[in-house]
Write a protein that binds this ligand. Structure first.
Ligand SMILES: C[S@@+](CC[C@H](N)C(=O)[O-])C[C@H]1O[C@@H](n2cnc3c(N)ncnc32)[C@H](O)[C@@H]1O
Length: 475
């Protein structure tokens, strides 16, 4: 079942956008979520539910119904959206009855970012999620690519693996025409709906198809992609949005191989992905050297994070066992670990990949930004940090310069960075306080999050990379 947008239902989506703007759906969320708003599409369910009690009834109903996926009384939905719009959104396939007196979304959630909106599936970890095997994906990686789109993105643009169309919608401007390509029919329906919802029907077209097959031999000025990239052991079921095949490169490799045939002269590509490798580099670096060996290409593999596979195996096995409920987490974890061992893989790298067609010369280079990749690493605070309260977050300053915004939990983490304790030791100390939050993955999950946090904080220059020689270390 997917969202159906026709010429007659399109006005309902335009009306919905007006309601969202009138009720400050995006601005309120930005204020309520603080720094987290910029990093992750998914608000903490319990925290946002609680905050809904403090805001006016109309936006509170919209957040409950459209963002959190709660069933709400029909009368409340009618008051917030208007009876006609409720009926129209039911016809499009976004809303349906939940019992006699309530309305809910058909497992959709409406994410907003910088005044642009996308319908996507409710995430498997929300208590309201009614189909855990989600088909329409958006995550922190989507935001990261959305925030790193090429600044002068003009001309013909191709967004491969478009999903909700988030990247295409973020990139849309009067000086470009964008084609999004997506294989999952449910995501195609959502992306087409999202294009209309944001008023970009004239500029963005969503095609249903398999990568470049959907565009024939057309060439583009810019190509974007956030493909599925997780390595999945043979015989294990995993959602298509993340399944990168046995080595994780099944889709990414085809995208990169197709760049020479689909970029115009001077054309550029920006991709985001993760990929396994050994301690030296992600394996994708070998593919890049092979594909671009003839010159005429500037290729930058920018590694921004890395994770020991020991933790990643546990986190991904836990999620998979929860989504499908077929195989136990321990059994799946063994499968992932065996696969990684066979591949000689030790780390999961997260990276940006920039490729540019150049008239002469060209080089393929790897830059490794991340230096904190193990729980043994000791994070050190940059000198002269100052915290100023925001709502509900903190701003971090150094020498009067704002470095960024952090939440309370991150602040507590930073307070324990004494220059001697490792990431592992700090996580173990904080774990009891957040045990409930990490209950699905125990200390592994906490370490996984802590490593991600450290990498973000070092990119913000709040932390100085550690050296793995902490006195109070624990891995
Ligand atoms: C990680 S999601 C990214 C979605 C979106 N670009 C974003 O950043 O939020 C990957 C998307 O690729 C789609 N996909 C997987 N294989 C594909 C293929 N061969 N051709 C086109 N899309 C594909 C999946 O259905 C999924 O929507």
């Amino acid at each position: 079942m997917s969202i159906k947008v026709t010429r007659t239902t399109a006005p309902a989506l335009r009306e919905l956008r007006e309601v969202l703007q009138e009720t400050r759906y995006d601005a309120l969320q930005r204020a309520m979520r603080g720094a987290q708003y910029y990093m992750d599409p998914w608000p903490n369910y319990a925290a946002l539910s609680a905050l809904c009690a403090r805001i006016p009834e109309r936006p509170a109903t919209l957040f409950r119904l459209l963002l959190l996926g709660d069933p709400v009384p029909v009368a409340d939905a009618n008051a917030a959206l208007g009876r006609e719009l409720v009926e129209a959104l039911s016809k499009v396939g976004i809303l349906h009855r939940a019992g006699k007196d309530r309305l809910e979304t058909v497992n959709y959630s409406l994410i907003s970012y910088q005044d642009r909106y996308v319908f996507t599936d409710l995430p498997y970890f929300y208590p309201t999620c009614r189909r855990k095997d989600t088909r329409i994906y958006i995550g922190a990686d989507s935001y990261l690519l959305g925030q790193n789109l090429l600044s002068d993105c003009q001309g013909d643009v191709l967004d491969l693996c478009t999903g909700t169309g988030f990247q295409a919608i973020q990139a849309s401007s009067p000086s470009n025409r964008i084609v999004g390509v997506e294989l999952a029919p449910e995501a195609v329906g959502a992306a087409r709906c999202n294009v209309v919802l944001n008023g970009f029907s004239e500029r963005i077209e969503i095609l249903h198809g398999n990568l470049y097959e959907a565009v024939g031999d057309a060439r583009f000025d810019v190509i974007y992609a956030n493909p599925p990239f997780l390595p999945v052991p043979e015989g294990v079921r995993y959602p298509m949005s993340g399944d990168g095949g046995y080595d994780g490169l099944a889709v990414l490799r085809r995208i990169v191989e197709g760049l020479p045939g689909h970029l115009k002269p001077g054309g550029r590509a920006a991709l985001i992905a993760e990929g396994v490798g050994d301690d030296a580099a992600p394996f994708v670096a070998r593919d890049l050297a092979r594909i671009f060996k003839g010159g005429r290409w500037n290729v930058l593999l920018l590694i921004r994070g890395e994770m020991p596979l020991e933790y990643q195996s546990y986190v991904i096995a836990k999620m998979t066992s929860e989504v499908y409920g077929e195989v136990s987490c321990d059994e799946l974890c063994d499968k992932w670990r065996e696969m990684y061992e066979k591949q000689g893989a030790t780390r999961l790298y997260s990276f940006h990949l920039y490729v540019e067609r150049t008239p002469r010369g060209g080089r393929v280079e790897t830059v490794r930004l991340s230096r904190m990749g193990s729980a043994r690493d000791v994070p050190r605070l940059a000198p002269g940090l100052e915290y100023r309260p925001g709502t509900p977050s903190y701003f971090v300053y150094r020498d009067g310069r704002r470095l960024g915004e952090i939440d309370q939990e991150t602040r507590e983490f930073l307070e324990l960075c004494d220059g001697r304790s490792s990431i592992g030791a700090i996580s173990a100390q904080l774990f009891p306080r957040y045990a409930e939050r990490y209950r699905d993955g125990g200390l592994y999950r906490a370490l996984y999050e802590a490593l991600n946090t450290c990498q973000t904080l070092s990119a913000m220059q709040v932390l100085v990379a550690g050296d793995g020689k902490g006195e109070k270390s624990r891995d």
